[in-house]
Every structure is written in structure tokens, then in C-alpha cells.
Design a binder for this molecule. Structure first.
Ligand code: F6R
Length: 617
């Protein structure tokens, strides 16, 4: 999603601003721009498309200065275009903005009456004109503060003005903003990654903060405009740009990193003597209800865990999509446990859901990848997922990391509620310890999946079927495929297929059936038969036993079809338990989506319209 970099300094800034923008590319964007303070004026260069396009514009028409702001825009109000790209400027002011201003239409009408002429369709341009309208009688800081009083919505801002050339003003509400400390210069960034090439010394602004930076100081004011101190910490983000390390895409690299994600997680949460060590701030016996809230892939990780927690730990758990949960205002019993799953820790809806849960006196637990994120700073306790920076927009290793942490949480709950004994716990931990090497072997099926992906890549519609945790995986598989290959895909509970989607099935529809040999196998395999009987082209993911026990076509007359004469392809996975099967079956569904998108020639790491960090609701 949108990204901000700002430098107030003494040395040329253009290249360094562009380097910051490149670090933000992974978040997803569709235009980019830059404004620098020259001797007398603010000069802007902007371009739709990628940062290389902006570089071309700057090369053709160079600018330079020692202070500047830069932005990658992910379109919300107004399509991606030259005019809508940030920075937006008024006479004496230039602004970059992440977030959405909800009352922009009213403000725009007022400003137009005052004679301001708008050049874009964006909500952000009102901020530039509003600040300019306050500047005549105020300092830049006061003008920004007065303008913020009139804004409704979410923002992270960086503002420059020709009136005060040695200052930059920033503000945050609902979107993160970070201050960076340099030698004789200071920075603003939408996250620590944006500033990682400039400084490791950073401080995170809190909700409602306003900051004025000069070359050697940062003065922070809270929402009541009182001066406050925000701690300066040392960022652990390396100044090196994260590299693909020989892989053609970040997504593939991240899929292959998953064995290490599991290893790191187990090392973090298990003692040397294989004891669980989650350090939870509550007793399971005191928890009246568990609510789990997330978006997208993170939601599917939670949905998968619902099945585990109810069936194996007998813990009642409700799982919800953050954008629905936050507005439904569900009653939550005081002392309940609310779990928030998020890779970025910045997802606007998940953050809002967390704030609601806090108001309802829930114990708030974050299962998160970015430990310095906004959600991380607001929850009561964090269980980090140890996936490392995830750059591919389609989440893979973070999903795996979330599911591993949820598996450990499940074991902790089951043990504490005496649903499993020490021996059973040990067996489960052993099966988890064996997972990384199992996954390493499993990743070798990439070649086979690549062949199958060519068939999937031709399709207009794909159906994913599964029961239990495999139903959650079928939803995740369908999401992965549609977001990077743009093929329409749906995940369905296998038993629900006959209540509607079976009407879609013909010989052009690949059906990815996730059917480990578990207690739901017989039921799920009957649903596969039903699909095949309607000419559905099945790709069956199962283990050896599961494949062995399935002979398609044995039915009413007892005859059987061989695979070669039937419409089935088989992918064989290792035998698994209820705990390890979702972790194993995740790999082929990720690889299938990846290879299908590659076969169609799509931009796998930066799919159209998507953003890595969804900081607007
Ligand atoms: C899909 C994907 C998204 C995210 C969702 C939540 O591959 O990446 O669906 O899972 O936007 O993001 P986080 O986990 O950062 O809260």
C-alpha cells in the first residue's frame, strides 16, 4: 500500500528518496512521485507505473535539493495517473499522504469557494490546500495542526513548505509513521524499512501524534498538542535490500524458506528439553471465550485453527473477518481471549478490531510477523511467527508461521485442559520437529506441480475442495490462485458442493481435492467421486494410503477405471496427523498457484491491484 519517505538534510536527497521508495515497492503501488525544496520553490516529479518510470521522468527533467518528500501511491480516490500521483501541492505546500480522508468532498467544496483550484481527483489534495489556507497567519506546524482538526479519516502525512525550509511536519492517525535520526539530518518514513538505508535509529509515532523535524531535532506532540517523548530504538532491519537469492521471484523463495520458518518457530517456543514455552499471560481455565480476528490469508490460518481448537482442545472459538467484526460490535465476555493474526501488523481493519476488543476488556494476543508494528504495540502479548521479512505480496511463509504458532497454542490449550497427556504431547512435538525435513523433501514435487499447473493455467474456473482443516486450506488455495494468476477460483467445503457449485462442474473445471487419509477421508473422497462423475478434472492431493484406497469409478457395477482412462491426476504427500497435515498440504497448493501464475506470465510478486500492507479499510 502507499509508502512515504521524507528527508530534511544538508546533502542532495533525490537518489536517497528513490532508494527509500524502492524499499517500499513490495507493499504494492501504482504511481510514484517526489517533491524537493529548491532555493525558492517546491519542485515535483511524478509518474504513473513503477519507480523506473519516475526515474525516467527525473532523468529527462532533473531536480535536486537537500530536503524532500517521496511517495508510492496505491490508488483509492482516483485512478492511477500522473495528476493523482503524490506529492500534492498547493501554493506554498507539498504533501504526501497514506490513508483516506472521508470528508474530502465537503472540504473540497469549501476550499474551491475560497479560490483553490484542484488538479486531481484525490482526497489528499484537500490536505495540501487546507494547510496552505492556514499558513498565512501561522507557522507550518500550527497550520498542519489546525488542518488536522478539520480532517475525518486516517492519515500518515509528511509536509514541506517554502515558508519554513528547514522544517518538515509529520502526523499520524490510523496509518503508521516513523521518525529516523541521522547525522545532521532527520527523516520520516511510513515504516522502518523505508528508512533502513538512512538510519537504524528510529522512533514510532503514536496515534494522534504530530511531529516537527529539523536537521537535528524531532519535537513530538500528542493528540492534545502536548509535547511528549517517544522512545528512540535501534531498528533491526538491515540496510541491505532484501534479495531474491537466485530465485526468480520472492514468492518462490519464501515458499522454499518454510522449513526454516518452522525450525525457527520451534526453537523459539520449545525449550531444550522439549517443553512448550509460550509464556501466556492467562490460564485457559479462566477464558470464557476465544475470538480470533484477521483478514485474508491470515483469516484462513485462523479458520483452520477453529477446527483444531474446537475438535481437539474443546475450546469454543469464533473466527471472524476483521472488516465485519469491527462494525458488528459483537458482545464479548470480559476476560475473554481475543487473538489477532497479521503478517504486517498494520492491517487497518484488524487494528480497529483489536481496539474494539480492548474496549470490551479482552486479553489481546497478537500472532504477528512484524514485531514493531502498530498491532504489536497495542496487544497485551505477542507470539511472533518468526517468518522474516515477507516481500511477495501473496502471503506464503507467514501463513505457515501462523499455523505453526496456532498448532503450538493448541497443544498448550489441550495440555492445560487435560485433553492430551504428556506422552501424546511428546508425540505431537516430535511430529512437528520432523516437519522441516519432510517439507524439504516435499518441495521436490515442484516439477510435477509445474506440469499440472499448465492444465490449471488454461482454466477459467477452478474449484478447491476439502473437509475440516482441508476446507480452510481449500479457501486459502483458491485465494492464492486468484490473487496471482487472476483465474477465478473458489474454495468449498466438499460436503457443500452438491448444494450449488456442483452446477459449475464440467470437463473444463479443474478440481483440486485436498484429501489426506484422516477421519474425514471417506466422506471427502465420495465428494471427489461426485465431481468426477460429472467430468470434473480432479487433481487429488493425498498420501499413499489415501491414493491406494481410492479407485475412481468403482461404483454401482463394481467396475473400476484406471487413472489413465479417467480424469484424475494424483499428487502424493507424506502421511500426516491432524496437526501436521495442514502444514504439509499448504506447500502443493502454494506451488500450484505460483506455477499457474508463472505459466500465464503474470507478475507474481506484485499482482495487480493488491497491496502488501493494507492500511486503509
Ligand atoms: C493474501 C494476502 C492477504 C493478507 C491480508 C492480511 O496472500 O497476503 O490476504 O493475508 O491482507 O494481511 P496481514 O496478515 O498483514 O494482516
Amino acid at each position: 500500500m502507499c509508502g512515504i519517505v521524507g528527508i530534511i538534510g544538508q546533502k542532495p536527497v533525490v537518489n536517497r528518496l528513490l532508494q527509500g521508495l524502492k524499499r517500499l515497492e513490495y507493499r504494492g503501488y501504482d504511481s510514484a512521485g517526489i517533491a524537493v525544496l529548491g532555493d525558492t520553490s517546491l519542485e515535483r516529479r511524478r509518474s504513473p507505473g513503477k519507480i523506473v518510470e519516475l526515474e525516467k521522468v527525473i532523468k529527462a527533467d532533473p531536480i535536486e535539493g537537500t530536503s524532500g518528500i517521496a511517495h508510492t501511491r496505491w490508488a483509492t480516490h482516483g485512478r492511477p495517473s500522473f495528476c493523482n500521483a503524490h506529492p500534492h501541492s498547493s501554493h506554498r505546500v507539498s504533501v504526501v499522504h497514506n490513508g483516506i480522508i472521508e470528508n474530502h468532498s465537503e472540504l473540497r467544496a469549501d476550499l474551491e469557494k475560497k479560490g483553490y483550484i484542484f488538479q486531481s481527483e484525490t482526497d489528499t489534495e484537500v490536505i495540501a490546500h487546507l494547510i496552505d489556507s492556514h499558513l498565512t497567519e501561522s507557522t507550518l506546524l500550527e497550520a498542519v495542526q489546525a488542518s488536522l482538526q478539520q480532517l475525518k479519516g486516517a492519515y500518515a502525512l509528511a509536509v514541506l513548505s517554502t515558508e519554513e525550509k528547514t522544517k518538515m511536519v509529520g502526523a499520524r492517525l490510523g496509518s503508521p509513521l516513523v521518525v529516523g535520526y541521522g547525522q545532521g539530518e532527520m527523516y520520516l518514513g511510513s515504516d522502518a524499512i523505508a528508512l533502513s538505508h538512512l538510519s537504524q535509529k528510529i522512533s514510532f509515532l503514536e496515534e494522534g501524534d504530530l511531529v516537527e523535524i529539523t536537521r537535528d531535532s524531532a519535537t513530538v506532540f500528542n493528540k492534545d498538542f502536548h509535547k511528549v517523548e517517544r522512545p528512540v530504538i535501534s531498528s533491526e532491519i538491515s540496510s541491505e535490500v532484501v534479495d531474491k537469492e537466485g530465485y526468480p521471484h520472492f514468492m518462490l523463495k519464501e515458499i522454499f524458506e518454510q522449513p526454516d520458518v518452522i525450525r525457527r518457530s520451534l526453537q523459539h517456543y520449545l525449550t531444550d528439553s522439549d517443553q512448550l514455552d509460550l509464556n501466556l499471560p492467562f490460564n485457559w481455565a479462566d477464558v470464557p471465550k476465544v475470538t480470533l480476528v484477521a483478514c485474508g490469508t491470515a483469516y484462513y490460518a485462523g479458520f483452520l485453527a477453529k477446527h483444531w481448537f474446537e475438535r481437539f482442545a474443546h475450546v469454543p472459538i469464533e473466527v471472524d473477518i476483521a472488516s465485519e467484526f469491527r462494525y458488528r460490535q459483537p458482545p464479548l465476555p470480559a476476560g475473554g481471549l481475543a487473538i489477532f493474526l497479521s503478517q504486517s501488523g498494520e492491517t487497518a481493519d484488524t487494528l480497529a478490531a483489536l481496539r474494539y476488543a480492548k474496549e470490551q476488556k479482552q486479553i489481546c494476543l497478537g500472532i504477528l510477523n512484524v514485531e514493531t508494528s502498530s498491532i504489536a504495540r497495542e496487544v497485551d502479548h505477542i507470539l511472533p511467527i518468526k517468518a522474516g521479512a515477507e516481500i511477495g505480496v501473496a502471503s506464503t511463509k507467514a501463513f505457515m508461521g501462523m499455523v505453526v504458532v496456532l498448532a503450538l497454542l493448541l497443544l498448550e490449550a489441550s495440555r492445560s485442559k487435560e485433553k492430551i497427556g504428556d506422552t501424546e504431547l511428546k508425540q505431537h512435538l516430535l511430529s512437528l520437529r520432523q516437519l522441516p525435513s519432510q517439507l524439504e523433501s516435499l518441495l521436490k514435487i515442484r516439477g510435477h506441480l509445474k506440469t499440472l499447473a499448465h492444465q490449471v493455467a488454461q482454466a477459467d474456473d477452478v474449484l478447491y475442495l476439502g473437509r475440516g482443516t482441508s476446507y480452510a486450506l481449500s479457501l486459502e488455495g483458491a485465494l492464492k490462485l486468484k490473487e496471482i494468476s487472476y483465474i477465478h477460483a473458489e474454495g468449498y467445503a466438499a460436503g457443500e458442493m452438491k448444494h450449488g457449485p456442483i452446477a459449475l462442474i464440467d470437463n473444463t473445471v479443474p478440481i483440486i481435492a485436498i484429501v489426506p487419509k484422516d477421519e474425514l477421508y471417506d466422506k471427502a473422497i465420495s465428494n471427489v467421486e461426485e465431481a468426477m462423475a460429472r467430468d470434473g478434472q480432479v487433481i487429488l492431493l493425498s498420501d499413499e494410503k489415501g491414493h491406494h484406497d481410492f479407485s475412481p469409478g468403482i461404483g454401482t457395477n463394481g467396475s473400476s477405471l484406471s487413472d489413465s482412462s479417467s480424469n484424475i491426476e494424483r499428487v502424493t504427500l507424506p502421511e500426516s496427523t491432524f496437526l501436521t497435515s495442514p502444514l504439509l498440504y499448504t506447500v502443493p497448493i502454494q506451488l500450484l498457484a505460483y506455477e499457474a501464475a508463472v505459466a500465464r506470465g503474470e507478475d507474481v510478486d506484485q499482482p495487480r491491484n493488491l497491496a502488501k500492507s493494507v492500511t486503509v479499510e
